[in-house]
Design a protein around this ligand. Structure first.
Ligand code: NAP
Ligand code: ZN
Length: 348
């Protein structure tokens, strides 16, 4: 028997989201029923529902930054118990057998990971995301939220947190390393907090100096405006690692000029348009230009534990469901400080 739950859905690529109800599957032997308390709004939700990343099956309920409490478990579940504080990020399943899944890189599953919304699930249904009161997820894709992180500030860690933690950790952000973060939005502000906690010297490269005080308070050591041409001469060749979180195309070659010899620029921002790169900007400093998508399940748990240990949560603005469309407009206007989080109690 399925359960009918309240949600907010996008009816089409060019309409506002509206209240609705959706069906959640019966809790199977390996499933966990989660009562969602908070759901973050990621810029990817906007790219997706507006069809920027390709056609979607509508109505579509977005949301892949889910924090809640376990309400019911299946007969075979061993990892979670009723009452546990848990989270779900961008994936709800993968094949579990390919070399990437076996390596804990389920996001790169060779048979296709199942996205939390808008993806074809193993039973053939289309997944629906976290802007809803409940979700049923197989236990392996449910994360523990450690004591010490409130659920509202934990929700954004499930995407913005892991998406920045993973490349920072892989490319060695730490003491003695200079890290720049391009764009101080949802992902960018998490990158600043995490890179600072890892011990790196952190610089924010934002469009303007409007959010400078915030950036420094979040853990940045320096803050520059990319609208100022002098930034690119002053900082030339100075960063070991640049994390680009911008949701729109930027001049990658200009930013590569800020990378030290042998350093890297890693793109997590995911605009639909191609990002042209001048080969000379790579050759002229043995530089790398790379990409990174969220992180695997083991690394996501590691990130949550790291955040708990360092007292890191997201900076959030909690909104009621009827403000979702306004929040989208504010995200698009770079007017987010620094993640909108939906209080799901306002969905019903
Ligand atoms: P966000 O909150 O909107 O932040 C993006 C920031 O980029 C803005 O706050 C702004 O920062 C800057 N920006 C926006 N438009 C710009 C422009 N035209 N030129 C220069 N800078 C601009 O978005 P988000 O939720 O952090 O997501 C950022 C991107 O990452 C999106 O494309 C999203 O889809 C993608 N994403 C990727 C992954 C992954 O796995 N790789 C995971 C999640 C999200 P300033 O005001 O400081 O300039
Ligand atoms: Zn996201």
């Amino acid at each position: 028997m399925t359960t009918t739950v309240h949600a907010y859905a996008s009816p089409s690529a060019d309409e506002d989201l509206v209240p609705t109800t959706i069906e959640r599957r019966e809790v199977g032997p390996h499933d966990v029923l989660i009562e969602i308390k908070y759901a973050g709004i990621c810029h990817s939700d906007i790219h997706t529902v507006r069809g920027e990343w390709g056609p979607q099956a509508y109505p579509l309920v977005p949301g892949h930054e889910i924090a809640g409490v376990v309400a019911k478990i299946g007969s075979e579940v061993t990892k979670h118990a009723v009452g546990d504080r848990v989270g779900v990020g961008c994936m709800v399943n993968s094949c579990g057998n390919c070399r990437n899944c076996k390596a804990g890189d389920e996001q790169y599953c060779l048979n296709g990971m199942v996205g939390t919304y808008g993806a074809t699930d193993r039973d053939g249904t289309i997944t629906q995301g976290g802007y809803s009161t409940h979700v049923v997820v197989t236990e392996d894709f449910v994360l523990r939220i450690p004591e010490g992180i409130d659920l509202d500030v934990a929700a954004p860690l499930l995407c913005a947190g892991i998406t920045t933690y993973s490349p920072l950790s892989r490319w060695g952000a730490g003491p003695g390393k200079k890290v720049a973060v391009v764009g101080l939005g949802g992902l960018g502000h998490m990158a600043v907090k995490i890179a600072h906690a890892m011990g790196a010297e952190v610089t924010v490269l934002s469009q303007s100096l409007k959010k400078r005080e915030d950036g420094l308070r979040l853990g940045a050591d320096h803050y520059y405006a990319t609208s100022d041409e002098a930034t690119f001469t002053e900082l030339a060749g100075s960063f070991d690692l640049i994390i680009n979180t911008v949701s729109a195309p930027i001049d990658v070659s200009a930013f590569l000029g800020l990378v030290t010899v042998g350093g890297a620029m890693v793109n997590v921002g995911a605009p639909a348009e191609p990002l042209p790169v001048n080969a000379m900007a790579l050759i002229g400093g043995r530089r790398s230009f790379a990409g990174s998508m969220i992180g695997g399940i083991p690394e996501t748990q590691q990130m949550l534990d790291f955040c708990a240990e360092h007292g890191i949560g997201a900076e959030i603005e909690v909104i009621s469901a009827d403000k979702i469309n306004d929040a989208y407009e504010r995200v698009l206007a770079s007017d987010v400080r620094y993640r909108f989080v939906i209080d799901t109690a306002t969905l019903s």
